[in-house]
Design a binder for this molecule. Structure first.
Ligand SMILES: [Zn+2]
Length: 409
């Protein structure tokens, strides 16, 4: 693996220069405005009548970036490094890296993420119709240290998640101690539908065209067979962002081409960091799940997007005074994907009980990293939650996972 790091550093540097080529100015402006818009929509959720509690516990902040299903073959392998130039070249040299982080539970999205967030292997409904059965990191942190909801967030592109990812069904905890859970793409569709309905689109030449194009751009990433619903909502557009969203939508539509749900999730997550500075932030990217459509090219492009956005989140950590020096950021996939030649169509799916599907990796950066190192010992996804709970100053938790001793508290 030492060798692997050197290769990673060399190959990654060569590729990093090209990795920003997908950036598009008008799309970026649109997504930024959408992020602001969604943040505006969420403001009523924060309790204005409730004074923020003083910082509790250790003061440590944690960010968990979860990246859908990616195989070792397309990431931390000799052939895969070209897809992850930022993780392999820029972040690995300062990371605590576990090349073998195992999903030994259900390799479906909701169960995988709720296992990561609870420290216990969850076997609930694959589509998020049932909450995890044991308390999440959010609940343990909030209840144990009397922390406000605005200090714990999940921002996700993954449509296999529901708001039930934010709290468990444990009667001692539950939604009263849960996280804010946001699906930016869904909120954006709602906001844009509101704007169109309210006639606040005077600067768009052809209203029906805007709507149709926006819908098709958003539905283009309907990976899991669940449609995004544009549901009714009262007019809650924040006047501060109305004009910027109108301009941004117009620019976006005229720029054409597909956009990425993960890009929007990134802008939203960064906006949450800047506005609310939460102690615990979980960001779930899922562009890689384009694999379910059978497009290897889109899957690879999703990996490259996640690589770049994870890096940009880390840059925000380093530049944001609310996060710099006191934050640990962890990046890990939910699982791998099935091996080529399998009966489930290889990279399309993640159902096979195979190493390719279960054996993945985990990278930690920041405050908990005493020195960069590679830990060859296999760890399990359920080990992360008790480890992060320790960093946050929570009492030792009752979990199947064990604290990773390499993390510095
Ligand atoms: Zn999937």
């Amino acid at each position: 693996m030492e060798n692997g790091v050197r290769i990673a550093t060399r190959i990654g540097s060569a590729l990093a220069a090209h990795s920003e080529s997908l950036e598009d100015g008008s799309k970026r402006r649109f997504l930024q405005a959408a992020g602001l818009l969604v943040a505006g929509l969420m403001l009523p959720q924060t309790r204005a009548d409730e004074a923020p509690l003083a910082a509790q516990g250790s003061g440590h902040k944690v960010i968990v970036v979860i990246v859908g299903g990616v195989r070792r073959a397309e990431t931390f392998s000799r052939e895969g490094l070209e897809n992850i130039p930022h993780l392999s070249a820029e972040l690995l040299p300062k990371a605590l890296f576990y090349p073998h982080a195992r999903n030994e539970g259900v390799t479906a999205h909701f169960n995988a993420i709720s296992s990561i967030l609870t420290g216990n292997w969850q076997r609930v409904d694959d589509w998020g119709k049932l909450a995890p059965t044991t308390p999440t990191l959010f609940e343990q942190f909030r209840k144990g240290q009397r922390v406000d909801r605005s200090d714990t967030w999940v921002v996700a592109s993954n449509k296999a998640l529901t708001s039930l990812i934010g709290a468990s069904s444990d009667s001692n905890y539950g939604p009263a101690y849960g996280a804010n859970v946001v699906f930016p793409k869904q909120l954006m569709l709602m906001a844009v539908a509101d704007a169109l309905r309210g006639g606040r689109t005077a600067n768009m030449a052809d209203r029906s065209k805007v709507e149709a194009e926006l819908q098709s751009a958003m539905e283009g990433s309907n990976y899991e067979g669940l449609g995004w619903n544009v549901f009714d909502a009262a007019d809650r557009l924040d006047p501060r962002v109305q004009s910027s969203i109108q301009t941004a939508v117009a620019n976006f539509v005229h720029a054409g081409g597909p956009t990425s749900g993960d890009e929007l999730t990134f802008y939203m997550a960064r906006e949450v960091m800047r506005k609310f500075s939460p102690r615990v932030l979980v960001v779930a990217f899922s562009d890689v799940e384009a694999a379910h459509f059978g497009s290897y090219a889109l899957h690879l492009s999703g990996i490259k997007t996640a690589d770049r956005l994870a890096y940009q989140l880390w840059q925000e950590v380093e530049e944001n005074p609310g996060y710099r020096t006191k934050t640990t950021m962890v990046v890990l996939p939910e699982f791998g994907r099935d091996p080529d030649g399998s009966s489930t169509n290889g990279f399309f799916n993640h159902r096979a009980n195979e190493e390719s599907t279960r054996d993945t990796w985990m990278m930690a950066l920041g405050a908990a990293v005493e020195k960069p190192q590679i830990i060859e010992r296999p760890i399990r996804h359920v080990d992360l939650c008790p480890t992060l709970a320790g960093l946050l100053g929570c009492r030792p938790m009752d979990a199947q996972g064990a604290v990773l001793t390499e993390f510095r508290g």
